[in-house]
Design a protein around this ligand. Structure first.
Ligand code: BES
Ligand code: MN
Ligand code: ZN
Length: 511
């Protein structure tokens, strides 16, 4: 599906179907008078009798087949004073999914309706157009590569933003471009995380990353066991020991023209291609979900893909580096045992009392490596790190940890606006360190259940140098979902939030 524009008002609009948005209790006059100017039948369409504009409601209005606009799909948004962007995204998602089910090849979005909804919701037209485009892409995403019988319904050929203006303003075009680039990054992340662990191994992930880098002229480095050992990354290696699959730390570097030599924005993603728990084996129920324990790394690669899509015309002012720490956590004759002690890259010793607390071990070394090889302008890690974070915040929200208030509020605002909810949790260093006290090493890798997400964050903090602006996103409850813009499975959570941290350069917000 590609994105198009139609300009000049509804007399110039033409598509198999035009989607318009309706708040609860509205009729054609309030909701879509501009559209009705060139679809006069809409005013007397019988289906209005039963359409209430409630959220989740979808009604197809039919006019005479010969008309330029002969189908209008009304998507309910619920009460105007209650509707939010999530309701809007889901309405778009439901609408385009229905269009696909009906095999409608060309879909318009009523721009006058968009403008009205934007005003009621207190966001700009451009921002809402961006949400409409990205939601359409995300709703149509499906993971069907293993299905021998594919769906008979093809995606619409194009989606058009139907505008009242004579020309497409640059800001609108940019919004649509940004949305498409974000969507491509998210879909790449979803694919990687949905792929099973026998396919998306650390080596396969590295190849996928090399593909991204190759497409966009980015630099890429891949560190295997020998390189990781030479770098003293023993905490990372301890996780991979039990697996026949070798670990791969993948580093993709994007240096836009003119940004050479500037401090980069660095992302570090947890890439556990499978987390069985190791010798501290997980229970069988739901273990298959641990194929997605590389969602953090997948989101980081998604960010690189989005940036590549936008390059070179829309480039950040700084280099962007993605570090993806891939490995597989398995039991086996060579596996790390509970009680084993390793010395991490920064010289700190860790007693591994629970081999299932492996994410923090790979991240510890990857974070050290990132700080040694770059002087990050900001350093952000993202990981499916603790079940405790899901217990604390519920589903579809990430925990946000940072000792830097400005970075924390940047990430919080961005995530909340873009449909990737996160909530700041405290970095209680003293309490965390007390909980992680080891009788024989500098710390243990796993403490008591209480405050599990905080303890994990404090553990990571021990590998962050002073004065580095660092934030940690624990996305253990946000990597999976099923909703109108997410087919059951991986979400690609984090791509949009991290991209915001690329564009926001010294607090100049580019939304
Ligand atoms: N990958 C898991 C966390 C996770 C759990 C992600 C559920 C997504 C859904 C992580 O490696 C893990 O096992 N964490 C342990 C930590 C504990 C041993 C301190 C947990 O949360 O139970
Ligand atoms: Mn684990
Ligand atoms: Zn894990």
């Amino acid at each position: 599906m590609d994105i198009r524009f139609q300009t000049g008002g509804s007399s110039h609009w033409k598509a198999d179907v035009v989607v318009t948005f309706v708040f609860e209790g509205e009729g054609v006059e309030e909701a879509c008078s501009v559209l009705a100017q060139n679809a006069l039948w809409l005013g007397i369409a019988p289906a209005w009798r039963d359409f209430r504009g409630r959220s989740e409601e979808l009604v197809m209005f039919y006019g005479p087949q010969a008309m330029e606009i002969s189908r209008v799909l009304g998507a309910g948004l619920g009460r105007a004073d209650k509707a939010d962007l999530t309701a809007f995204r889901h309405a778009v998602g439901r609408a385009v999914r229905l269009c696909r089910e009906y095999d409608l090849a060309t879909v318009g979005i009523d721009g006058a309706s968009l403008a009205r909804v934007a005003e009621k919701m207190g966001v700009s037209f451009d921002a809402l157009a961006r949400e409409a485009v990205i939601s359409a892409y995300l709703a149509l995403y499906r993971y069907d590569r293993w299905k021998s019988e594919k769906s008979v319904h093809a995606d619409p050929r194009w989606l058009a933003l139907m505008l009242e203006t004579e020309f497409v303003e640059d800001a609108v075009r940019d919004s649509a471009r940004m949305a498409e680039a974000e969507a491509r990054g998210i879909m790449l992340a979803r694919d990687a995380a949905n792929d099973p662990a026998n396919v998306m191994t650390p080596s396969a992930f590295a190849e996928k990353a090399e593909g991204v880098a190759g497409r966009y002229g980015m630099n890429v480095r891949v560190l295997g066991p020998a390189e990781l050992a030479a770098e003293g990354m023993n905490a990372y290696l301890a996780v991979a020991r039990g697996s026949a699959e070798e670990p791969r730390m993948v580093v993709v570097e994007y240096v836009p023209k003119g940004a050479e030599g500037r401090a980069p924005v660095v992302f570090v993603g947890k890439g556990l291609c499978f987390d069985s728990g190791g010798i501290s084996l997980k229970p069988a129920k739901g273990m298959e979900e641990m194929k997605g324990d590389m969602s953090g790394a997948a989101a980081v690669l998604g960010v690189m893909e989005s940036l590549g899509q936008l390059a070179p015309s829309y480039a950040p002012k700084r280099p962007v580096v993605g570090v993806m720490a891939c490995a597989e956590n398995m039991p086996g004759g060579h596996a790390t045992r509970p009680g084993d002690i390793v010395v991490a890259k920064n010289g700190k010793s860790v007693e591994i009392v629970n081999t299932d607390a492996e994410g923090r071990l790979v991240l510890a070394d990857a974070l050290c490596w990132a700080q040694e090889n770059y002087s990050p302008f900001r350093l952000i890690d993202i990981a499916t790190l603790t079940g405790a974070c899901a217990v604390a915040l519920g589903m579809d929200a990430a925990g946000l940890f940072s000792s830097d208030d400005a970075l924390a509020s940047l990430l919080h605002e961005a995530g909340m606006n873009l449909g990737e909810r996160n909530w700041r949790l405290p970095l209680w260093t003293a309490a965390g360190l007390a909980a992680l006290k080891s009788p024989c090493a500098d710390m243990v890798n796993s403490g008591p259940r209480e405050g599990g997400a905080i303890n994990a964050a404090v553990f990571l903090q021990q590998f962050i140098k002073e004065n580095v602006r660092w934030a940690h996103l624990d996305m253990a409850s946000a990597d999976n979902a099923e909703n109108p813009i997410n087919a059951k499975g991986a979400t690609g959570f984090g791509v949009r939030t991290m991209l915001s941290a690329v564009w926001d350069d010294e607090n100049e917000v580019l939304q």
